[in-house]
Design a protein around this ligand. Sequence first.
Ligand SMILES: Nc1ncnc2c1ncn2[C@@H]1O[C@H](COP(=O)(O)OP(=O)(O)OP(=O)(O)O)[C@@H](O)[C@H]1O
Ligand SMILES: [Mg+2]
Length: 216
Amino acid sequence: MASLKSPYGIYELFNRPDLHYSQLISKTEFTHLDIIQSNDPNDRLTTELKNHPAGALLFNKLVHQIEDYELIMIDTRGTRGITVDMTVLASDLVISPIKPELVSAREFVRGTLNLYQSLEIFTDYGLTLPPLKAVINCLDHTKDAKEIVETLYDIFANTPNPHIELLNFTIPNRVAYREAASRSLPVHIHSSKEDENIRQLCTLLFPQWADRFIKK
Ligand SMILES: Nc1ncnc2c1ncn2[C@@H]1O[C@H](COP(=O)(O)OP(=O)(O)OP(=O)(O)O)[C@@H](O)[C@H]1O
Ligand SMILES: [Mg+2]
């Protein structure tokens, strides 16, 4: 397996035009799942992209050069910055987990609206902003959480941005997710109980592949 790990990662995608993208991709133990490693711990890319006149657009071009994959998932940090902006501009769909805490929910809506507003300018140059699907994660059984969920649906219903949707589905707060994370396993493989939740979530996010998520 070791030989299937590329010595390169996301940093070289931007900085080594001499390398073909396939040289940056590492294989994983899962069939049909490859990864480009995150190898920019000091966030050099942020500084470099900010100094580039088309910084936020470069990623769109690079991602669209990648062929032979049906789905490319890009994990970003949660806070605003050029790497989040460029990822939104390179994406067909944005997925946002949201915790049922009121402060974070309001901040989330405000932050997301600001993000879309500031990227709106790119639509004058032929880009389309992707839809965003938010999903409530870590829901517990407290009354407080239930009330916050109701408020969240209200906030989203009254949000004047057609791109943004809150899925009518919640992921529970369960120890299986923490265990899976610390074992570096997908939760549906770690816990058969969560398998159904993940199937449902995937179906809502990617209805075009619904038949692939049916349990066989
Ligand atoms: N539904 C859930 N129930 C319980 N724990 C959860 C759930 N979802 C996520 N967690 C736990 O919360 C922690 C953080 O999750 P995760 O890494 O997905 O968040 P993140 O916002 O991407 O964090 P980071 O900013 O570090 O990238 C992990 O330990 C994860 O297992
Ligand atoms: Mg993360």
